[in-house]
Each structure stands twice: as structure tokens, then as C-alpha cells.
Design a protein around this ligand. Structure first.
Ligand SMILES: Cc1cc2nc3c(=O)[nH]c(=O)nc-3n(C[C@H](O)[C@H](O)[C@H](O)COP(=O)(O)OP(=O)(O)OC[C@H]3O[C@@H](n4cnc5c(N)ncnc54)[C@H](O)[C@@H]3O)c2cc1C
Length: 378
């Protein structure tokens, strides 16, 4: 497997995002080439794959792992005998019940997980049932513009620039310079009332972006051209996207968005003053201080979102699954998102690629430790 190189995700991030070389240049789904390479090598080594046969239960005897129970696609039980099992089922990003219980977020209301379908937390449950210490399950946060998947890219591109950002009380709550750090943004929004935040611009700012292109682009949002932004906003309104607002006055914009009207008027006034001098509240980069004066005004709701969940199974440095006394369970290992307890409520987006990096490395460590254990057991 080869890499295109190591890249930044957004301007303030580190160039740690290792993008896999594939046949169509840098773009979505490059990681599938890594999976194909690993799969091919495993087949060469004689590994047997049981696809569509999800693991259901870890079998233990005398405290040691002796096998795994699975069910094939016809509903038949399959027993795999083994001396070591590695749990790596990718977390629970599509299990909205578990997410609600563990984190308090309600999918579709105040959190928009875009996890891979079918990632239901099987490995977490199997490990906990087998005696693993249960650690908190967290959302791997990344902020989302409401309904962005149905909109032209220009809407997301404009509204994720360092614009004025307010909560439902009409108050600013973070330095907007960092808006492209999706984790900071999602985390900060999570701490606001109703987890509500709006990015706001006026017509002059929209025209500036349309004429010059947006300033902050990334490999994910590479296109500075946002010429269809206004059409995109109108389309969102026509489609009933309540998170996209167009209004002729700040008061009307606040009312439509459910923001405290007088506070927003005051915040915009103060912000416009800062644009003439210094942002005394957050010391935002003066380059991004642009007054909000000319109607119509545009706002987009930004919500907490996530790639899925991380964490839940306690492991040690050898990726051995440990019980509540930190003692390894003989023959049981975990890797990847199921075991990724290295973040608290925010994952480290300044080092892009590090959740995949954690998965690849813990997978390797778990494999090496398990192989050593099986050899020693003999
Ligand atoms: C849209 C998106 C974009 C992302 N972008 C990045 C990025 O840019 N950089 C980064 O570092 N990370 C990124 N991530 C996160 C990254 O993909 C994960 O951290 C990583 O894939 C976790 O690896 P894993 O092996 O733990 O789980 P996964 O890669 O999810 O693999 C888990 C596997 O287990 C299988 N499985 C589930 N249940 C069972 C069962 N009961 N029995 C058997 N198999 C089962 C699943 O089908 C799946 O094949 C992104 C995630 C998403 C969803």
C-alpha cells in the first residue's frame, strides 16, 4: 500500500492526514484501497473470512477465551474455536439508542451521526459481557450544517468560513477563526442551549465570497467557487430546511431562527464595532472581521455531528482487554473505535487521520500480542 502523502485537513491542523494512494487521485473512499490490500495479503497467508457472519458472543472457560459464537446469513449458529479473539467492530455509531443512553444526544435532533450503517456496538456488548471494564462511549465529533447533504457544496463552503457565530441567546461563544476545526466547533455547540448555533453573513460578505471565492478551503471542501450560494440558500428554504434562514432585517432573522432578538441586534452592533477596531471579546483575526450590515442577511444552523462512536472497552498498552481491576482477560483483545479511549468528549481533529491511525496501530499491536500469547500457550 502506498500513500499520496501526509496532509492538513484545515489550515490550523498538522499535516498528519495520511491519504492512501488509489486509482483516481485524492478523493473519497481512498481507504478502501487499504482494505483491499490488507484483504489480499490476508488471503495469501491463508486467512479464512466468514462474511455476513456477525460475531455474537465470546466463549470463555476458566477465565480464558476459547471461542466465538457467530450467526451466518441464514441464521445458523457458527462456533469458531480459538485461543485468542480480537474485537474490532467499529463502535456503535448507528446505534442511536446506545448513543442516547451513553451521551445524551438524540440523533436527528441535536446530533447528526454520519456513521457507516450497521455499526451497532456488537463488539462493545460482547466485551462487556465477557467481563471487560466498561468505559464511557463517546461521539467522534464533527460539526454538520443542517441538511447539508441535500445542498450545493457552496452553502456549506460559505457557512463554514470564519463568519459571525452565535447561539440561541444571540451571543458569540467561540473565536470563529477555529470554525473549520470541526471538533472544536461541534464541542462548543454541544455546550450551548439546545445545542443550537448559527453562522451569519450579510449580502456584502456573500458577494465577496462569490466574487473572490472562499478563503479557507480544504481537501474535503476544495472548491473556492461558491457562485451558486444564493440559489443554494433559496433552494434550502424552498425545500423546507428550517436551519437555513434568509431575512431582510436582523430582527426578522433572529425570529425565524429562534434566536433572542434584542441580544442578536446588540451582538451584531458590537461585532460591527469590533470590525472597525479589535475583537475585544475573542480576539478574532482582523482579516475575518467583516461587518454585518447589508440586507438580505443569511444564517445557517450548525449542529453537532459525528463519524460514529469511540471508546467503551478498557485495554492496556498491549491491546489486551482488561477487567475493572485493570487485569487482562486471557485471550481477549480489542482495537480500533471499540477501544479508542484516548479522547474525552472531543477527538483530536488538529491531528487529522488519528482515529484511523489508532485503528491501524491498535489492530497491529493486538495481532502481534495475540500471536505471541497463542505461541506461549502452546
Ligand atoms: C464518513 C467518515 C469519514 C471518516 N474520515 C476519517 C478521517 O478522515 N480520518 C480518520 O482518522 N478517521 C476517519 N473516520 C473514522 C475512521 O473511519 C474510524 O476511526 C476507523 O474506520 C475505525 O476502524 P475500526 O476498524 O475500529 O472500525 P471499522 O473500520 O468501522 O470496521 C469495523 C468492521 O467491523 C464489522 N462488524 C461490525 N459488527 C460486527 C460483528 N458483530 N461481527 C463481525 N464484524 C462486525 C463492520 O462491518 C466493519 O467492517 C471516518 C469515519 C467516517 C464514517
Amino acid at each position: 500500500m502506498e500513500f499520496e502523502g501526509a496532509f492538513r485537513y484545515f489550515p490550523q491542523s498538522m499535516p498528519t492526514w495520511h491519504i492512501v494512494k488509489c486509482d483516481s487521485g485524492i478523493g473519497p473512499r481512498a481507504a478502501s484501497f487499504m482494505n483491499k490490500a490488507l484483504y489480499a495479503r490476508a488471503q495469501e497467508l491463508g486467512v479464512k473470512f466468514l462474511l455476513e457472519t456477525p460475531g455474537k458472543k465470546i466463549l470463555k472457560e476458566d477465565g480464558k477465551v476459547v471461542g466465538v459464537m457467530a450467526t451466518d446469513k441464514f441464521g445458523n449458529e457458527v462456533k469458531v474455536s480459538c485461543q485468542a479473539a480480537i474485537i474490532c467492530t467499529g463502535g456503535a455509531g448507528s446505534n442511536f439508542e446506545l448513543i442516547k443512553k451513553e451521551t445524551g444526544y438524540t440523533h436527528g435532533k441535536d446530533m447528526f451521526s454520519f456513521a457507516i450503517p450497521g455499526i451497532m456496538g456488537d463488539g462493545l456488548r460482547m466485551a462487556w459481557e465477557a467481563g471487560a471494564d466498561k468505559l464511557p462511549v463517546r461521539i467522534e465529533q464533527a460539526a454538520q450544517i443542517m441538511g447539508v447533504e441535500d445542498l450545493p457544496g457552496s452553502v456549506g463552503n460559505v457557512m463554514i468560513q470564519p463568519n459571525l457565530l452565535v447561539n440561541k441567546f444571540g451571543k458569540r461563544f467561540m473565536n470563529e477563526d477555529f470554525i473549520q476545526n470541526s471538533t472544536y466547533l461541534s464541542n462548543a455547540i454541544s455546550h450551548q442551549a439546545e445545542k443550537k448555533a448559527f453562522s451569519i453573513i450579510d449580502t456584502s460578505i456573500a458577494r465577496y465570497y462569490i466574487k473572490h471565492g472562499v478563503e479557507n478551503v480544504s481537501l474535503v471542501r476544495p472548491n473556492p467557487d461558491v457562485s451558486d450560494f444564493i440559489d443554494g440558500m433559496k433552494m434550502a428554504r424552498a425545500n423546507g430546511n428550517e436551519g437555513m434562514i434568509i431575512a431582510d432585517t436582523i430582527e426578522e432573522l433572529a425570529e425565524q431562527a429562534g434566536i433572542d432578538v434584542q441580544n442578536l441586534v446588540n451582538t451584531v452592533d458590537e461585532y460591527n464595532d469590533f470590525c472597525m477596531s479589535t475583537d475585544e471579546e475573542f480576539f478574532k483575526n482582523p482579516r475575518y472581521l467583516r461587518p454585518i450590515k447589508k440586507a438580505p442577511f443569511y444564517a445557517a444552523r450548525i449542529c453537532p455531528g459525528g463519524y460514529g462512536t469511540v471508546g467503551g472497552i478498557r485495554i492496556n498498552e498491549n491491546c489486551e482487554v482488561c477487567d475493572k481491576d485493570f487485569m487482562p482477560i486471557h485471550g481477549l483483545y480489542a482495537a480500533g473505535a471499540d477501544a479508542c479511549n484516548i479522547y474525552d468528549d472531543s477527538y483530536m481533529f488538529l491531528l487529522p487521520g488519528n482515529s484511523m491511525g489508532f485503528a491501524v496501530n491498535t489492530g497491529r499491536i493486538a495481532g502481534m500480542t495475540a500471536a505471541e500469547q497463542v505461541k506461549n500457550d502452546k
